[in-house]
Write a protein that binds this ligand. Structure first.
Ligand SMILES: *Cc1c(COP(=O)(O)O)cnc(C)c1O
Length: 307
């Protein structure tokens, strides 16, 4: 299906693309070429699969949440247990893929941005494993709020840089990481943690995270058959949407399954009409942020508003 792949300029329809400064063009082209070279490379894919099985601990189980299903009284609910991956979230699937690319591109220094710290911890962990230098940008507000993850990153040998600009949170950390990348393109690989950033990042992150949905496609028929349920696949797949990586990872392989509804859930905060939420898909509008066109929360002057 065509719409599942970006066009030559990295757009999915109107969205995506590559809105970058001239100083990043070289780095982005280098990355595009490297990903095009390794994306279907049997050795690369075999190593990725090996790492996911033996380092991350995949496949993650599908678990029937029987009591929750009973309590809620409606659908039977199954959980894809990405929390059981090494480092405790889905982030590591993507980090391994990008770190493997960095090694092949000969980049000894890794930078990353992090909000709650899960992507930072996954990146610090893989850098320790592969012997790469690791610098993690984190809004100073998040550094305070998420101190256990800061401690973990430092323990793993990463440098955590508190970002004092803007709202001192994730978007500011991403800006700062971009600045670092511009200044250090020769030896640095930027591992973005979600489906954001200029092309090819969103496609790459989606591809690496698709292992979640691919496993579900195999696990659900087995689970349902064992329970004597006739269906092969769930009626709906539901994922929380922050930056979109776990959602894309589970949704993407399900796109051809037309009977399965794909439902993304955004955080409504104090309510969608209060202006205090983080529902950029529901209440945002089209704009360019962090190198791609997407839905953003912005004011009338195009300034990004706080989530
Ligand atoms: C990072 C993270 C999210 C949100 O990020 P997505 O890119 O939308 O997946 C949600 N839950 C957990 C546990 C995370 O680590």
């Amino acid at each position: 299906m065509d719409y599942q792949q970006p066009d030559a300029s990295g757009h999915f329809g109107r969205y995506g693309g590559s809105f970058i400064s001239e100083t990043l063009t070289y780095a982005i082209n280098e990355l595009k070429d490297a990903y095009a070279k390794y994306q279907h490379d049997p050795d690369f894919l075999a190593e990725f699969k090996y790492e996911l099985a033996h380092y991350v601990g995949r496949p993650s189980p599908v678990y029937h949440a029987a009591r929750t299903s009973r309590e809620l009284g409606g659908a039977q609910i199954y959980l894809k247990r990405e929390d059981l991956n090494h480092t405790g979230a889905h982030k590591i699937n993507n980090v391994i893929g990008q770190a493997m690319l960095a090694r092949r591109m000969g980049k000894p220094r890794i930078i990353a941005e992090t909000g709650a710290g899960q992507h930072g911890v996954a990146t610090a962990t893989i850098c320790a494993r592969y012997g790469l230098e690791c610098v993690v940008y984190m809004g100073s507000e998040d550094v305070k709020r998420q101190s256990p993850n800061v401690y973990r990153m430092k323990l793993l040998g990463a440098t955590v840089v508190p970002v004092e600009s803007g709202s001192k949170t994730l978007k500011d950390a991403l800006n700062e990481a971009m600045r670092d990348w511009v200044a250090n393109v020769d030896n640095t690989f930027y591992i973005i943690g979600t489906v954001a950033g200029p092309h090819p990042y969103p496609m790459m992150v989606r591809d690496f995270q698709s292992v979640i949905g691919q496993e579900c496609l195999k696990q659900m028929p087995e689970m349902l058959a064992a329970q004597g349920i006739a269906a092969q696949q769930p009626d709906a797949v539901i994922a929380c949407v922050g930056g979109g990586s776990n959602a894309m990872g589970i949704f993407h392989p399900y796109i051809p399954y037309e009977k399965t509804r794909l439902i993304g859930v955004e955080a409504a905060g104090e309510g969608l009409d209060t202006g205090k939420h983080s529902a950029s898909l529901q209440r945002g509008s089209s704009g360019v942020l962090h190198g791609n066109r997407t839905y953003i929360l912005q004011d009338d002057n195009g300034q990004i508003t706080e989530t």
